[in-house]
Design a protein around this ligand. Sequence first.
Ligand SMILES: [Zn+2]
Ligand SMILES: [Zn+2]
Length: 327
Amino acid sequence: MSVPVPITASLYALQVPIPYPMKTVTVLVDAPRRGPVTLIDTALDTPEAKQAIEDGLAALGLHWPDIDRVIITHHHPDHYGLAGLIEERSGASVQMLDVEIGRGERYWHLWEEWLPGHLKHMRDHGLPAASLDGMGAENRKSRDRVHPASRVQPLREGQMVPLGGGDWEVLWLPGHADGHLGLWNEREGLLIAGDAILPRITPNIGLYAYTRPDPLGDYLQTLGKLEALNPARAVVGHHGPLMTGIQARARELRAHHHERLDFVRARVAGTPLTAYDLSLAMFNRDLNLSGRRFALAETLAHAEHLRLLGQLYRTWDEAEEAWLYHA
Ligand SMILES: [Zn+2]
Ligand SMILES: [Zn+2]
């Protein structure tokens, strides 16, 4: 049972179970005495998650139909999965950053059409043909736990959103997802961060077929933004609900990505390599298929960042039928 953790006057955090290594995702409930009831993020569409949210709402004297608005930090299944179901059960308005509606959210609606391109992108970067079927099946499993919303309303960077008795500024924090949204309460020095920054694990920065061309470049800018903002506390998507030391963590994550960039440069200095081969060296451990997919997308984000800076180039290898990165 997820006991609601108070964050501000009317804002509560639930730790909702997900079948991923992080074990839980943070779902926020804003239940002011007067004014709309808001949910921030929704967890996956699983019976366990639904029950945990229902219990959390009940502990606050609320039920599904009481929800007026759902704000989603980003389109990943563990944050967006129940958006459509809540929309149906409560008539709530679902809101996301405009950038995320155009790409990330669309992915769930166009999943069937986009899957071949998604797999081809992985194949073109060296994923063995033998892994493709398994990867497709993994993707389908994720898709089955997502109930897309039918009418998502756009929020814009810089817009103010009333929540928890205060005013929150909408931030655009791209990198982990193209249109990752943050909510910033300057008075309290409090950031609702989703997966834009996390304690203990580094947010996955991956280049996929449908993402902006340089997610790592985006993320390094986001880290700069977070460092300058210097929140006293942040509500985070995993291993939370609260974290402190955000400025120091942002610096640590930047150093981590620079180390990986050095690693990629050094590896391709002698031998041209595909992003997949690079990912085997960078994530040199046993990983299941979805782990390998994250590793490939993450490695590719680093290789492409260097290519766009003019520090690496790539050529198409006819024999391998894949891109090779060169120094
Ligand atoms: Zn995420
Ligand atoms: Zn997440």
